[in-house]
Design a protein around this ligand. Structure first.
Ligand SMILES: [Zn+2]
Length: 207
């Protein structure tokens, strides 16, 4: 778990390689279910087509199918899931029924002002969407196609603060729910280099 801009995707990818795990975000699982044309996938599609949030019970069903399709003993990293208490409860039931358990909840902690700084200095290519990096505020042209770099409206400071507020409001109860459960919540300091943060995560998971 971790707010937008905390580095969840980057750290998740590294951990995926390290653990030889399968990494799934809710979006990945919904996309797979839609492609496979399962009943739940089609149901999820109707909500997305209508521009509505997919209800928790549908998300839980899709996650259950995705996990059931994995080979026995596979390691799984759930990226950004669960986002609500009903999702956390649903996941607990799925795992219990499969005789599995969650090893840990990894929560990347980054102060709000740092996140606002990171996200509001992001620039993306106006044509191909490639994320520019390398400078505090990237300037010039897209490294991939040479088009202009722009700031996404989502990355403007006020919008970033609002997105973070929504995230914290949504996930604070989930973290509290886990804190009251037997599952360890590992609070990881998300400030530092990518490698430093990855080392912290691995150390805590191995402890
Ligand atoms: Zn480009």
């Amino acid at each position: 778990m971790g707010p937008p801009g905390a580095g969840k995707g980057t750290q998740g990818e590294l951990l995926e390689q390290h653990l030889d795990a399968v990494r799934y975000s809710t979006g990945d699982m919904l996309r797979d279910a839609r492609r496979a044309g399962t009943d739940l996938g089609r149901l999820a599609q109707t909500y997305m087509d209508a521009g509505e949030l997919v209800p928790d019970e549908v998300v839980i069903g899709v996650v259950g199918e995705a996990l059931a399709a994995l080979s026995p003993g596979a390691s799984v990293i759930l990226d950004g899931f669960p986002r609500t208490i009903p999702q956390a409860e649903g996941l607990a039931l799925i795992l219990e029924a499969a005789g599995q358990r969650l090893d840990a909840v990894v929560n990347l902690v980054v102060p709000e002002e740092e996140l606002v700084g990171r996200l509001s200095s992001r620039r993306v290519c106006s044509e191909c969407g490639t994320l520019a990096s390398g400078e505090s505020v990237p300037s010039g042209a897209c490294a991939a196609c040479g088009s202009d770099l722009v700031q996404r409206s989502d990355d403007q400071p006020d919008t970033v603060r609002r997105r973070l507020g929504v995230y914290l409001e949504e996930t604070a109860p989930v973290l509290e729910w886990y804190a009251d459960s037997p599952v360890d919540v590992l609070e990881i300091d998300g400030i530092g280099s990518v490698a430093e943060i990855q080392d912290r995560i691995r150390e805590r998971l191995a402890a």
